[in-house]
Design a protein around this ligand. Structure first.
Ligand code: ATP
Ligand code: MG
Length: 151
């Protein structure tokens, strides 16, 4: 159940966001949504996006996690008010080891695999992922996943 998984991710990440003084909020839908696939993979995918959102958002920023039904799909949005990503980086963003600012990324830790893993899991679920971003304003990742109909 995606609603449950999203809520679990919210509680896992809440502590990390509080440490950085970032407000993490969640907006899940009433209707229970299901997809065909592994729940740990699903959670890993959302954790990676929320982890980035927190990591690339300065103190006192906001991260917003949303789940809704959209046609016959689940639509998950991870939005932040962070540093953003300039347009020229977007095409390569999901490549392994690709990082926008090498110097800054090194100081922040990590490997540059997070989004490559996200993309891989999205494809396993036969879904799609989109990113929309504005430098110094924030970033939104949107995942669309086909629903599993006969729960
Ligand atoms: P890892 O996830 O392996 O710890 P990482 O976060 O650097 O390392 P990815 O998650 O793959 O690697 O992200 C790739 C790059 O995309 C990041 O280095 C960062 O520059 C940029 N990025 C990802 N998410 C965001 C975001 N929400 N806001 C701004 N930049 C982002
Ligand atoms: Mg990452």
């Amino acid at each position: 159940c995606l609603n449950e998984c999203i809520t679990e991710v919210y509680y896992i990440m809440e502590r990390i966001s509080l440490e950085k003084n970032i407000r993490l909020s969640i907006d899940s839908c009433e209707e229970q949504l299901y997809i065909y696939g592994d729940r740990d993979k699903f959670k890993q995918m959302i954790i990676n996006l929320v982890d980035n959102a927190i990591k690339y958002t300065p103190q006192n920023g906001e991260v917003y996690l949303k789940l809704e039904k959209y046609n016959n799909n689940a639509r998950i949005e991870v939005r932040d008010t962070g540093i953003g990503i300039s347009k020229k980086h977007l095409p390569r963003l999901f490549e392994r080891f690709y990082r926008v600012d090498k110097a800054r990324s090194r100081s922040m830790g990590g490997t540059g695999l997070g989004l490559a893993i996200v993309k891989h899991i999205v494809l396993m679920f036969k879904g799609d992922i989109y990113v929309d971003s504005e430098v110094n304003k924030g970033t939104t990742f949107t995942i669309i996943l086909p629903l599993f109909e006969n729960k």
